[in-house]
Design a protein around this ligand. Structure first.
Ligand code: FMN
Length: 355
């Protein structure tokens, strides 16, 4: 098996409070702090992980946990972590409506230069009116959000392009007149989009290197991967796919399931409902099943069982064509160490990850 076919490992980092569950059970309350993120980043690198992705949040979701309410900004966070590591690729997650693309072109080029081109950009188009309203901004219609993000990425790619033409762009959002931003990165940073809708897929297929998705189940993944690959293929492009599973394993499956149920039993229902109603733009009520699942893993795909079972599920994710997993964990430092001891050796034996 050649290297590009292996499953790349990443960490969906706890730069926000109360990752990864909307619950009060077993929360590592200071996990979001920089010193902890740095230890986790170094540990991930030493275990052979390839990527770190952060969450971008400007306001929490209320309730007892104020889920994700305290968070480190992800370009400054990446600057520090890139200097604290040597090999791992570190992304920043950027809300396109909150930054001018000329500003991100400059920030990104700076991060690329200080890190030997290990920095990447994960764009998000925004979905929480609670967050945007705080800044006096209104969320645009879904399709318009992605039109804006398309313009944003086109401008960025133009400014970063080694061929160095001046950038001119006129759209509803930006007026760029003979735009230039120096220095340029030595090579084009990888660009990911986080989203799953048809609008997201169409934009990602045309302009991004990675589609960072959430899948409702392992069975749902092949269709998602095929859809994004087919659309990219129509453009003569290739787009890699990543998802974020929540890994919870114990000696026995029963113990893992019991722990998962404890997380749900102590869910912060108010924050979970706020999260759900924001993401669906107030579409109403949610069944208990959906609320419990969101509360348990923050939208990540739960992989439960003993180590062998979790490794099997990761193999199935890999078999479905997904290129990378950005994992979430209860206690990142403890569980990354356990991952290195329990699960990584099984994945290596299976030929799923790098030896
Ligand atoms: C894997 C993944 C990670 C995401 N990370 C963030 C984030 O850090 N901040 C944010 O505001 N939105 C984040 N989102 C939300 C998306 O950017 C997007 O707004 C949301 O999925 C709704 O868009 P869609 O209907 O196109 O999927 C994430 C979505 C996914 C699937």
């Amino acid at each position: 098996m050649i290297e590009k076919d292996l499953l790349a490992l990443g960490v969906f980092m706890p730069n926000c409070s109360n990752m990864p569950s909307i619950s009060t059970h077993s929360v590592v309350t200071n996990q979001w702090q920089y010193a902890n993120n740095e230890r986790i980043a170094r540990l991930a690198e030493s275990l052979g992980f390839d990527y770190l992705f952060p969450v971008s949040r400007w306001r929490g979701f209320g309730g007892e946990t104020d889920y994700l309410g305290t968070s480190l900004e992800t370009t400054t966070w990446a600057a520090a972590l890139l200097r604290a590591t040597q090999k791992i690729k570190i992304f920043s997650t950027v809300h396109t409506p909150l930054f001018h693309p000329m500003v991100i072109a400059k920030i990104g080029a700076t991060l690329a230069h200080i890190s030997g081109d290990r920095w990447g950009l994960n764009v998000v188009s925004g979905w929480s009116q609670r967050e945007f309203g705080m800044m006096g901004l209104t969320l645009e219609d879904h399709g318009r959000r992605y039109e804006r993000t398309s313009s944003f990425i086109e401008i960025l790619r133009g400014l970063w392009d080694a061929n160095g033409k001046l950038v001119n762009h006129q759209s509803d959002w930006y007026s760029i007149n003979d735009g230039v931003s120096l220095p340029r990165p030595a090579k084009m940073p990888e660009i990911a989009n986080a989203g799953v809708s048809a609008d997201a897929q169409a934009m990602t297929a045309r302009l991004c290197d990675w589609s960072f998705m959430s899948g409702a189940s392992i069975e749902a993944l092949p269709r998602l991967v095929d859809s994004i690959s087919a659309q990219a293929g129509e453009q003569g492009r290739q787009v890699k796919t990543a998802i974020f599973p929540f890994l919870l394993w114990r000696e026995t499956e029963a113990e893992a399931q019991a722990e998962f149920q404890r997380i749900i039993a102590q869910k912060d229902g108010e924050a979970a409902r706020n999260w759900l109603s924001d993401i669906s733009a107030g579409s109403g009520s949610f069944d208990e099943f959906t609320e419990n699942l969101i509360a348990a893993s923050g939208g990540g795909l739960p992989l439960l069982g003993d180590a062998e079972m979790v490794a099997e599920q990761l193999r199935a994710i890999h078999d479905s064509g997904v290129n990378a997993v950005m994992i979430t964990l209860q206690d990142y430092e403890r569980d990354l160490q356990r991952f290195g001891g329990d699960i990584a050796p099984i994945l290596r034996r299976m030929g799923v990850i790098r030896q």
